[in-house]
Design a protein around this ligand. Structure first.
Ligand code: AMP
Length: 308
């Protein structure tokens, strides 16, 4: 039986612009992408806030996947909204606006059973809020956080304190460089590890992801897609596939298990970017992910015996 994962993060209206199209006020947010991905594997408890302008029916697909929404509060005010633009280099996101709305005054009160959650994912949101939630959960087996350039620039102290509380950090390569003030991702990752976490997952967009743990390094390519429509949410759905796999796994989490989890993350993220917003994730199944996982095994395998 998969163990529950508590996720705290944003639930948002996104305005998205890529060279392949535009979408206005579509459902998004870091917690939405994570929940949509991880709910293919494990029971999800979602902690976030929306305003009274939020159309709850848009979350029916998560409810249908069994996502527990008792931790989603509705407050007086506007739902968080974000505008992002990408050029042909889809690895770079330009933030057009961030409107915190009801997140500005949010202090989550967790339903009693949420306070015992073995897996906790702090999706991208203010690091003080991430810390607040971590502090309320007992019996954590694995805690991971994600962040972004905005918080590195504006809330560094809170972010460092949050990083000290978690087992794993997921972050993209530009943010590693920014956080550690170095051009080397390897050096940057080591500096983040020095703050306390056991591992760091560095996302490299179309080039895949790498995982650094104390003494190990593991590389996962991205799936070779011909067409990427919208990279929004790739990082959160990567985290969802990764953590979902771990929550479903019943044995000890060894390096080999973590490697499989990274490939699941890459496989799920590769679907997310095929369509705008959450569209592809809404219809994704575990069987789709499993097929792609098998392809990853084929294209990453190479013979190591001597070849004449
Ligand atoms: P990703 O593409 O994985 O980095 O995540 C994109 C999602 O993050 C979008 O759906 C946004 O709504 C959300 N997002 C962007 N900026 C922030 C922020 N400052 N705090 C929380 N969520 C954000």
């Amino acid at each position: 039986m998969a163990q529950p994962i508590l996720v705290v993060g944003s639930v948002a209206f996104d305005d998205l612009e890529t060279p392949f199209g535009k979408a206005a006020r579509v459902l998004g947010g870091s917690a939405s992408y994570f929940a949509a991905a991880a709910s293919l594997y494990a029971p999800i408890r979602l902690v976030a806030v929306v305003g009274n302008d939020f159309p709850m029916a848009q979350y029916d697909f998560l409810r249908a996947r069994g996502v527990d929404l008792r931790g989603l509060q509705v407050a007086d005010g506007e739902t968080f909204s974000w505008g992002g633009r990408y050029d042909y280099d889809l690895n770079r996101t330009e933030t057009l606006f961030t409107n915190l709305g009801v997140f500005a005054d949010f202090h989550p009160s967790l339903p009693e059973d949420y306070t015992e959650s073995p897996f906790v994912f702090c999706a991208n949101i203010h690091p003080a809020l991430q810390r607040e939630v971590i502090g309320k959960v007992r019996g954590r087996r694995l805690t991971m956080l994600d962040s972004m350039n905005l918080w590195i620039n504006t809330a560094r102290k809170d972010l460092v304190e949050a990083i000290q509380l978690v087992d794993l950090v997921s972050i993209n390569e530009a943010e590693v460089r920014m956080f550690a003030a170095t051009s080397s991702v390897v050096t940057g990752a080591q500096r983040i590890l020095a703050a306390g976490p056991k591992g760091i997952l560095v996302k490299k967009g179309e080039y895949g992801a790498v995982m650094f743990t104390g003494d190990e390094y593991f590389v996962a390519p991205a799936y070779p897609l011909e067409e990427v429509k919208d990279p929004t949410g790739a990082g959160d759905s990567f985290a969802g596939g990764f953590m979902g796999f771990l929550a479903q796994y019943e044995g000890t989490i060894t390096p080999a298990v973590l490697h499989k989890a990274v490939i699941h993350g890459s496989a799920v993220a590769s679907f997310t970017v095929e369509q705008f917003g959450l569209e592809r994730l809404k219809h994704l199944t575990r069987a789709d992910v499993e097929r792609r996982y098998q392809e990853f095994i084929r294209f990453t395998h190479f013979e190591t015996e001597h070849i004449e």
